[in-house]
Design a protein. Structure first.
Length: 367
């Protein structure tokens, strides 16, 4: 199990010191890159605030009545606001991977204004045991109307009410929201620390370090995908699908001009089919963008960041690249990413992407 408090010990110490001296801001904005455990950390802060008998370092005891209620999701003094599109089974919705919506009704990926208005009675009614905690994640899922509806509560909350806002894109929040919160920046954990945390996971992960590279140090993503690659019982269906998509890509992309774009499109279509959210197609393009980044780096004589284990293939391919084609390819992928939520024909969409990828190695051609 990952110790998110230890990974972000500076932020934890800052919060607990303020709490001990009765100077804790009524609204904290936890910011940082995706996948570094901000939501898990916020959950630990919430548990600490609600606990009847916290430990000396501020961590929740885990055994008192309040901790039992919180762990079961039934604490009367705790509320969570999140978009409907994020499944309740998905504990780390901070990083915006919406659950597949039902075909008959697409669930909202925004926090709705009626969700915020529903907090009014909760905020005004007295606490059952001392403090009340409201966790909002991801905070940038609030549109302008929703954020404005929250402002009054952020400006003048009753005593004992604490807001925890989790965001990996704080620049998308209204300035008026940011100004009424205390920012708690959270850094990407040091690589050595993250690798040690993965090494301590039970049952052991076969390739934790490899997935940490692929996820650019985002430890939570690395853990999810490493478990999926190992077919761990806790692996989610989405993570299993993402690993399968990446394995399909890595079976063909290193072949360069010898890759089979039609066969790859067929394989990936089967892995994506049935995903109503469009998430898996978007993730496929994300991995294509990371592969292209490494091609650029190796072309410039630098080391690959995401796929260091593919160094030999990347060096061979970099020597064959059509510079004009490579220069325009990132923009093509960006546009493909934009269109990925509503492609008219997934198979043709994929064939176009992979055919253009193969054309990167055709001398004198700009696809």
């Amino acid at each position: 199990m990952i110790n998110w408090i230890a990974l972000h010990s500076d932020a934890w110490t800052q919060i607990q010191s303020a709490k001990a001296s009765d100077r804790l801001a009524h609204a904290l904005l936890l910011t940082g890159a995706s996948g570094i455990g901000k939501l898990a950390f916020a959950e630990a802060v919430a548990a600490s605030l609600l606990c009847d008998q916290p430990e000396a370092d501020g961590q929740a005891c885990g055994t008192c009545t309040a901790c039992t209620w919180h762990a079961s999701g039934n604490h009367p003094d705790f509320r969570r606001l999140r978009p409907e599109a994020y499944s309740e089974e998905q504990p780390e919705a901070e990083d915006a991977k919406p659950a597949a919506a039902k075909a008959d009704k697409k669930k909202s990926e925004q926090i709705r204004i009626d969700q915020v208005r529903g907090l009014e009675s909760f905020i005004q009614v007295g606490s059952h045991r001392g403090r009340r905690v409201i966790l909002i994640e991801p905070a940038e899922a609030m549109n302008e109307a929703t954020a404005n509806a929250l402002l009054k509560s952020l400006e003048e909350p009753p005593a004992g009410v604490h807001f925890l806002l989790v965001s990996h894109a704080a620049e998308r929040l209204l300035p008026t929201v940011r100004s009424r919160t205390r920012a708690v920046p959270m850094a990407v954990p040091a690589e050595s620390t993250a690798r040690q945390q993965l090494a301590d996971v039970q049952p052991p992960l076969r390739q934790g370090g490899l997935w940490l590279n692929r996820c650019a140090g985002a430890l939570r993503f690395a853990l999810e995908l490493a478990q999926a690659a190992d077919k761990h019982p806790n692996a989610t269906d989405d993570a299993m699908a993402e690993v399968a998509i990446l394995e399909a890509l890595l079976a063909q992309l290193p072949l360069g001009e010898r890759m089979d774009p039609l066969a790859l499109a067929k394989t990936c279509e089967a892995l994506i089919k049935g995903d109503q959210s469009g998430m898996r197609l978007a993730l496929l393009i994300d991995w294509m963008q990371r592969w292209t980044l490494d091609l650029h780096l190796v072309r410039l004589g630098a080391a690959p960041r995401v796929f260091p284990e593919q160094l030999n293939a990347l060096q061979r391919l970099a020597a064959q690249l059509n510079d004009d084609a490579l220069q325009s390819f990132p923009d093509f992928l960006l546009e493909s990413r934009r269109l990925s939520s509503h492609p008219l024909n997934i198979k043709l969409f994929l064939e176009s992407i992979f055919s253009r990828t193969m054309a990167l190695y055709e001398p004198g051609l700009t696809p």
